[in-house]
Write a new protein. Structure first.
Length: 387
């Protein structure tokens, strides 16, 4: 071809199927570095789905999306994440008036959540393919930078990528949150029913159908009773009223009065709540013990100057700290979906502090008898010295 005056490999705009000088240099390292290399363009084939509140007596959200996908072009490495989001919002606004403002407001406030899903067709980077699991996203600056970099490394002058901007539907999120809260309350009620049935035997005249079921319990009362079952009065703080101790400061505590327990139980029930039986609401204020009691508590927590008798088990005199139990279970990497169950089993057996697992009376065999599986027992026992 070159003998006839054509050089298909050495021109900036070669026929289809051939690389440009810039691509040859970037991809294959062929030829000198171009004096004026072509910029690498990303063609985003874009769609969006946003929502805004409906007006009228029936609450809900109205979806908004374009009639068809559209193209947004950017230069790889020449635009920041914030500028990219603003550009996309502006282009979305051209397709449906007001859509861009919804996106900008959500990005600025952080709610509703907006997902930025992308998809490439690179055999060398399958994790960025549209069908990859998990779905590739550029929801933050790091994700955006990684997406741009993989395109730059690919070396092509022009790369096509899908881009889906999906706004969370708050009505759906609220419903899911309510379902999660109801499920959490049901599980607690189920545990309460199990305890009620295990604590008594059915009479001769009673039918198995008369056994206590989860549906016979009020959710909030079940949660309140569970709190009171775990946290007991402590003479160093109050002789009659149960207390919740601060996880890291034994001189601070929360008195669990009836009103406080009910508020705690209600907070656990709230949809989307991060409050648990082992983590009270942030609004609860800790009290400080008196100087006299503080000295006694510090003495209890300080090492003794003498060794206990050889036959004495070193673990029993330990201040209860159920929050620390929950933290320890997270620390030893018990799977998230099993943590509540493990916490429940330990609480039922009176394990109110991780160091109680050092007791000679709590053997791995006994823990297996509680219903814990081999792997969990190993994780709990082998790491206790690190607490």
């Amino acid at each position: 071809m070159s003998s006839r005056g054509y050089d298909l490999f050495g021109r900036e705009n070669p026929p289809a199927g051939y690389h440009t000088d810039s691509e040859n240099y970037r991809i294959h390292g062929i030829g000198p570095e171009p004096v004026d290399p072509k910029p690498q363009i990303i063609r985003c084939i874009t769609s969006f789905l946003v929502h805004f509140p409906k007006k009228g007596p029936r609450a809900g959200y109205t979806p908004v999306k374009p009639k068809e996908d559209f193209v947004i072009e950017i230069t790889a490495g020449a635009i920041t994440f914030d500028a990219f989001r603003k550009l996309v919002a502006d282009e979305c606004n051209k397709k449906r008036g007001g859509a861009g403002q919804l996106i900008r407001d959500a990005c600025e406030v952080g709610s509703p959540a907006v997902e930025w899903k992308v998809g490439l067709k690179f055999r060398t980077a399958p994790q960025w393919n549209k069908t990859a699991k998990p779905t590739p996203k550029i929801n933050d600056e790091a994700g955006f930078a990684a997406w741009v970099q993989v395109i730059i490394d690919h070396g092509k002058d022009e790369t096509e990528s899908s881009l889906q901007v999906i706004m969370e539907n708050l009505a759906v999120a609220a419903k899911e949150s309510q379902t999660d809260a109801a499920l959490k309350a049901h599980n607690l009620a189920q545990n309460a029913a199990r305890h009620a049935n295990s604590s008594r035997r059915l009479g001769l005249s009673e039918h198995p159908d008369q056994a206590t079921t989860a549906g016979k319990f009020d959710d909030r009362n079940v949660i309140a009773n569970e709190i009171l079952r775990i946290y007991k009065p402590n003479v160093n703080y109050d002789r009659k009223i149960p207390v919740f101790l601060h996880p890291s400061d034994p001189t601070r505590f929360i008195l669990l009065t009836e009103a406080t327990v009910q508020k705690w139980a209600q907070a656990i029930k709230e949809p989307g709540s991060l409050v648990t039986i082992f983590s009270p609401p942030n609004s609860f204020k800790y009290e400080q013990v008196s100087t006299t009691k503080r000295r006694r508590i510090n003495d209890d927590h300080s090492p003794r100057g003498h060794s206990p008798p050889a036959e004495f088990d070193p673990s029993p005199v330990i201040e209860p700290n159920s929050a620390l139990v929950a933290d320890y279970i997270k620390f030893v990497k018990i799977p998230l979906d099993q943590q509540d169950n493990v916490i429940q089993i330990l609480a039922e057996r009176g394990v109110t502090h991780p160091k109680m697992l050092l007791s000679k009376t709590i053997t791995p065999e006994r823990m297996l008898g509680w219903g814990l599986i081999d792997g969990f027992v190993t994780q709990l026992c082998d790491n206790i010295a690190r607490v």
